[in-house]
Design a protein around this ligand. Structure first.
Ligand SMILES: [Zn+2]
Ligand SMILES: [Zn+2]
Length: 77
């Protein structure tokens, strides 16, 4: 087993703390409960309850894809 060099370790930390880490990802409720899709399926994080709550409170409808890995297709290595 090879140990990562300090440079590699620093690059890894940087990658983990990169721009994507700044965005607050949201997961849909099933994913939060571990009820993920068997097949990767893009789906919004907001459920019917979230949409209704936003409507009732006069907020814009929540948009955006679920941040869970089961919501991503194509980019899985
Ligand atoms: Zn999800
Ligand atoms: Zn999921």
């Amino acid at each position: 087993m090879t140990q990562p060099t300090p440079e590699e370790a620093a690059a890894l930390v940087e990658a983990l703390q990169g721009p994507s880490a700044i965005i607050c990802y949201a997961q849909c409720e099933p994913c939060q409960w571990g009820q993920c899709y068997d097949e990767p399926t893009p789906h919004p994080w907001a459920g019917p309850d979230d949409v209704e709550h936003a409507r009732n409170t006069g907020q814009p409808e929540p948009t955006g894809n679920c941040a869970c890995s089961c919501a991503r297709t194509g980019s899985v290595r």
